[in-house]
Design a protein around this ligand. Structure first.
Ligand code: 5GP
Length: 126
């Protein structure tokens, strides 16, 4: 189901191809619900992407249509990855871009996990 004006899910988006193993990724963790891997163009000393295994374009359709098990599995995976990487004590930031104004480039829901230095204010200037 498509919500909020997003186009239908594109099975050839880069993260779908990573999930199918067609494109390599530096994996951090994988489980039934999620895959975590390092961002190819890191914006912080640690920059990991966590994606659900289901076909969701964005937070909009995931939050509207994913099952309770998928949502719980995915959100727990984000926290588990941060814990695994030892990021809880120093702290970290999670972020999901949605759509045009959100600056989303890849149309498969992903949570960015940033850490490894003080990350400053939430939203940088234009
Ligand atoms: P968005 O702007 O959609 O929130 O973020 C997309 C992210 O995906 C960017 O941070 C970008 O560097 C990352 N990315 C794009 N293509 C690839 C890829 O092929 N492999 C990996 N590991 N990351 C990618």
């Amino acid at each position: 189901m498509t919500v909020s004006g997003m186009p239908p899910y594109d099975d050839n988006n880069i993260f779908a191809r990573i999930l199918r193993g067609e494109i390599p990724a530096k994996k951090v963790r994988e489980d039934e619900w999620s895959l975590a891997f390092h961002d190819i163009n890191p914006q912080a000393p640690t920059h990991v992407l966590v994606i659900p295994k289901g076909r969701y374009c964005s937070f909009a359709d995931f939050s509207a249509t994913a099952s309770a098990d998928e949502i719980a599995g995915f959100i727990r995976a984000v926290g588990t990855v941060a814990r695994m990487l030892g990021l809880e004590a120093p702290g970290y930031r999670i972020l999901a871009n949605m759509g045009d104004h959100g600056g989303q480039e890849v149309p498969h829901l992903h949570i960015h996990l940033f850490a490894g230095r003080s990350l400053g204010r939430m939203i940088p200037g234009p």
